[in-house]
Design a protein around this ligand. Structure first.
Ligand code: SAH
Length: 314
């Protein structure tokens, strides 16, 4: 049976948050979740390069929030532990019961098989034996874990549709900001000879290899690396060796713009750069930067407020 857990929520005043956290840690609490409006704003500001907008609803949820969450098992041991954790912490708390399975897997229920474009059919790993695959589709099995790239985001879908048009069977691809590896894997399943994926998040490397293996693709067909495609020159030089006829970058406008000048070096002659993750109001700005970098935008795709651009070297 699943274990049951208690989520303990301590609502603190903003100015006592640090002191209460310190006491809890001194009392041996192994992990805390601190949620605070000001901290959330600072976090957003420091990580601005990763997003173009933040959901109003999320902003609203964080308004005036200042709380600490911790977890104990919902049994006698957990209750004893909680009493020792809260020693010297004189704040009332509320608790919520969580089922371990629901807690770790709650997002999975939103992830369903998905038909994309003309050819691809994405199946979550846990449904691979039960999914009803439409005839003639190429199946792509995915378990994104904690990385980005389930296939359900519009910007990923725009890229997948673009891959169907632009992948050249028997030739390599580059996937910049590979996340779960979904775009590299889709390209291989649609005939690319080899894929190289890079992500700034080191977690992505293992997850992408695991997803490739779920699709029977081994290290002879793909390579995933951790690295920053705009700051690491030697990485860019290494990627330029591939001379890929298809370079994919589903990142965000603030990364695609500084990346644009090196794209012609990465592309094989007549190659296509397919970039996505661009919120529609920034589409023209990204297109202008690509044009300035020696590329011609040949197609613009749009979905739910997101834009993808396909460009070729002039
Ligand atoms: N390719 C996947 C994931 C896209 S999300 C998909 O299409 O669904 C964008 C990814 O880009 C994230 O995994 C993020 O970690 C990565 N990323 C952001 N900035 C980067 C940079 N400068 N260099 C490399 N990867 C970056």
């Amino acid at each position: 049976m699943d274990s049951m857990w208690l989520e303990i929520i301590l609502n603190t005043r903003s100015e006592e948050l640090d002191a209460v956290s310190a006491t809890l840690i001194a009392n041996g609490v192994p992990g805390l979740v601190v949620e605070e409006e000001e901290e959330f704003r600072t976090f957003l500001e420091e990580n601005r390069q990763y997003w173009d907008y933040v959901d109003d609803e999320l902003m609203e949820q964080m308004k005036g929030v200042s709380r600490i969450k911790l977890y104990v098992t919902d049994d006698e041991d957990g209750k004893k532990q909680l009493a020792s954790y809260l020693e010297g912490v004189d704040i009332p708390y509320t608790s919520v019961r969580l089922r371990e399975y629901d807690w770790a897997h709650s997002w999975q229920k939103y992830y369903r098989p998905l038909a994309i474009g003309e050819k691809l059919y994405i199946i979550p790993e846990w449904e691979r034996d039960t999914a009803d695959v439409p005839a003639g589709c190429t199946t792509l099995v995915m378990n994104p874990g904690l990385t980005f790239g389930t296939g359900s985001h519009a910007s990923t879908q725009l890229c997948l549709e673009g891959i169907e048009s632009f992948v050249i069977p028997g030739r390599p691809v580059l996937d910049l900001g590979c996340g779960s590896g979904i775009l590299a894997i889709a390209s291989l399943l649609l005939g690319a000879s080899h894929a190289t994926g890079v992500d700034i998040d080191p977690k992505a490397v293992d997850v992408a290899y695991e997803n490739a293996a779920l699709n029977d693709l081994g290290k002879d067909r793909c390579r995933f690396l951790a690295g920053n495609v705009i700051a690491d020159r030697s990485l860019v030089e290494e990627l330029a060796q591939v001379q890929a006829p298809l370079v994919l970058a589903n990142i965000v406008a603030d990364v695609i713009i500084p990346l644009a000048p090196v794209v012609p070096r990465l592309l094989a002659e007549d190659g296509t750069f397919l970039c996505s993750g661009i919120i529609d109001k920034r589409g023209d700005e990204v297109a202008a930067t690509l044009e300035k970098s020696g590329l011609t935008v040949i197609r613009r795709f749009e979905k739910n407020g997101w834009v993808a651009l396909a460009a070729q070297v002039r």
